[in-house]
Design a protein around this ligand. Sequence first.
Ligand SMILES: [Zn+2]
Length: 222
Amino acid sequence: MPIIQIIHKTSLSLTKYYVKVNRGDYEFPDFSDYCPICSSANCARFHGYYYRPVVTKEGIYYKDFPIRRYKCRNKGNKRLKQVTFSLLPHELLPYVKYSVEFIFKILFDIYVHDMSEKSALDIISQFCDEDILCISPITVYNFKYLVLKGMNNLCISGFPDEIKKIINTPDIFKRLRLFVLYLYSINHIRSPSDYGYNFYINQGGYKTNSPFLLGTPSQFRN
Ligand SMILES: [Zn+2]
């Protein structure tokens, strides 16, 4: 039985979030007004944590990053299969240990700074433990694929006119370059992970079980 993943927006860096959650002084939503699974009030209850690996923007590796879980007590009586849901901080991706900002930092070096993949990876290895992070050309290929798939998600769900031209750019290298530049050039949005969160909210967020811009949450996997 899969856990439904929902995105949780936090203003903290992943490191601060990690520390605060482990100290027990992070204030989480209680979902008392609306259960993301059965839509009922006073239904969802805290249900512990699970732990997963995470690589932050700074290249810090946590093997036990806490992900908060809740249980739906089926007050809405919908006979749903899922009974638990988890809160994924908006800088994280389902089933990928590298954070959104870490991924885009590498892509920015490759597509905007015109670095070779090797040089971009060399930079990464200077400030973090390469053996733990396991970054290879295949990993970079997966990052590109993730972002191209995200651009497809934008196409499917309707997107701002200003990026129509970017998405329709036939050359993949140029398309990625323009998209990465675009994400960093929007004034009111701080970063690619904020853009992903806005996409999620614009699609309705957890109330409509919205897809994620980047990555596929458990409820959409077979
Ligand atoms: Zn419920």
